[in-house]
Design a protein around this ligand. Sequence first.
Ligand SMILES: [Mn+2]
Length: 324
Amino acid sequence: MPVTELSKFKQEFNTLNFVIKESKNILLFAHSRPDGDTAGSVLALKEYIQSLEKNVDIACFDQIPPYLNLFSQEKFIAPDELKLDSYNLIIAADSVERGFNKISGSLKENQVIAILDHHPDITLRGDINIIDAAYSSVCEIVYDFFIFNKIPINRKIATAILMGILADTGSFQHSNTTPKVMEIASSLMKKGAPLSKIVHQSFSNKNISTLKLWGKAFEKAKINPSNGMIASVLTQKDLSECNAGTEDIAQVSGILNTVPGTKFALVLSEREGGIIKGSLRSEEYKGVDVSKIAAQFGGGGHKLASGFEIRGKIVETENGWEIV
Ligand SMILES: [Mn+2]
């Protein structure tokens, strides 16, 4: 890929690499309940920083799940077990407002903070900010950083970056799968990243509790022929009966959205504290902007993936569900 295409963050990529080289102790920060993108980003960066013989740790409020740790045996360390002020540089990668925000305020003036994110509404800022919603994933940002600085990409780095790209593009299914993403994936495969193995292992990691919860949601799904909506609900009771967690809900609306003839999918799920979360999904070819629907309920997001929160409880009656 020509370096000119990477010019948007030329200065930031340059500065970040300079600070990495100048630092002795570096902390990488992954977001809570880590996914493939945050894990892939910190694993790729760690591999590079380690090669420079620096001390580097990965902090996260949650441990890396085994399905993301198949190509490395990394440990994520809880922030309170670390001496946070001992690091010269802290790099937070992906969803920095899910975890890193809890410690960013306590960092000292002389510590350099770098923020790598691709979420549109990030307000947190560091000393080096590489934040751009046009990126499919933070792993794509990390890739550009490596290419710009001519950092060699070995098999381990390629695998970690591809893991993040696959996670955030839903294995090249989401609309963020740009031609550039495909070019990057191709070059990572050439470096030895095992694409089909990552897809298989990352996406074949469903617990029986997740499948049971999905089963409940699918069984209850209804299609409204007048607006093409496919909708379902999950109550706190469903979650506890299946022994499932709220993270098991995330993919349900995406799967419902695959039903032919539907325009968009809505999943309403009860959360702690009397909150109902609405998750909306559509596809480019369906011609629906779900962020407009979310906005009607005070929420927001992207055209094809949005959400909102309302107060209430889901009550299932003979005539269907009601929100009370
Ligand atoms: Mn991400």
